[in-house]
Design a protein around this ligand. Structure first.
Ligand code: OAD
Length: 272
């Protein structure tokens, strides 16, 4: 399964020739920046460069479980800003939905916690939310789930919610994977699918957080890996059939869709 050429046309031909029937996609914050959600590590606009107001010892502390236990307030200040509801999926999200509609999307591994993949219409069972999401929440001590409406209220009012169980009163947190916490079993249970993929697309991630960042290495040696990202990351480009589509991902998916003859379909999906 070779590409005819290591560029956009090569990938489009590979797809049009029916060689990509089990596509695995990996996504990160870059696919949501055009929705208005900052990514983490971009030097000026990234979240970590803009957290001075939270007085953190270091930027990632806002998502660190030990830090949260001592001081949950910075996280809840940020959660108020990031909470799903006010953002719309981007055309990059719609591209994922399009792949699914065409029966080509084997699995989507996302690091994003914004739930925009679901909102774009990718079914929940296709998505592995590797870093969890805001969709559920629970006590960090006894793990009891916490009601969603109370969480929405707490976030809205910038209050820190506490467990309602008698004798617990632990801190409640959205089921986002913090630094120092394990990834959901779903991530490990589905990792084997990478070796079954016949095309891998990586979009909008710096591939700097493990174990997620190691996923592309599980893709078969002879299987094309396509990176659609502002910058080259994670050693993608080192294999013979790797393809770099460097630039904005919305632009990248539009070009790829166009080359596949899907552009109108994609634009229509995004509008609806
Ligand atoms: P990063 O901020 O680390 O990386 C975002 C990547 O997307 C960078 O390589 C950007 O250059 C690129 N990018 C930004 N905007 C783009 C655009 N419009 N088009 C194309 N590329 C664009 O975000 P992640 O890789 O998602 O963890 O970060 C991984 C994890 O680190 C997150 O899940 C989060 C964070 O700590 C937790 O919160 C647990």
């Amino acid at each position: 399964q070779k590409l005819s050429s290591r560029n956009l046309e090569g990938v489009a031909k590979y797809i049009k020739d029916g060689k990509a029937r089990k596509i695995v996609v990996m996504t990160g914050a870059g696919i949501s920046t055009s929705a208005g959600i900052p990514d983490f590590r971009s030097s000026d606009t990234g979240l970590y460069a803009n957290l001075a107001r939270l007085n953190l010892p270091y930027a990632e502390a806002v998502f660190d479980i030990s830090y949260f236990r001592n001081n949950p307030h910075p996280f809840y200040t940020l959660a108020h800003e990031l909470y799903p509801g006010r953002y719309r999926p981007t055309i990059s999200h719609s591209f994922l939905k399009l792949l699914h509609q065409k029966g080509l999307l084997l699995k989507l591994f996302t690091q994003n916690i914004d739930c925009l993949e679901r909102e774009a219409g990718v079914p929940e069972d296709i998505i592995v939310e590797a870093h969890g999401s805001f969709a559920k929440q629970s006590c960090i001590d006894c793990k009891t789930p916490y009601p969603h409406d109370l969480m929405q209220k707490a976030i809205h009012e910038k209050q820190v919610p506490h467990c309602q169980q008698e004798n617990c009163k632990g801190l409640v947190k959205p089921d986002i994977v913090f630094f120092g916490e394990a990834l959901p079993s779903d991530f490990f249970d589905n990792r084997y699918l990478l070796s079954q993929a016949d095309l891998c697309i990586i979009m909008g991630t710096s591939l700097s957080v493990h174990p997620f960042a190691s996923l592309p290495q599980f893709v078969g040696e002879s299987v094309p890996r396509v990176l659609i990202n502002l910058e080259q990351v994670g050693g993608i480009g080192s294999r013979t059939d790797d393809v770099l589509l460097l630039g904005d991902c919305d632009e990248g998916v539009r070009k790829l869709a166009k080359a596949c003859g899907w552009l109108e379909e994609l634009e229509a999906l995004w509008v609806t």
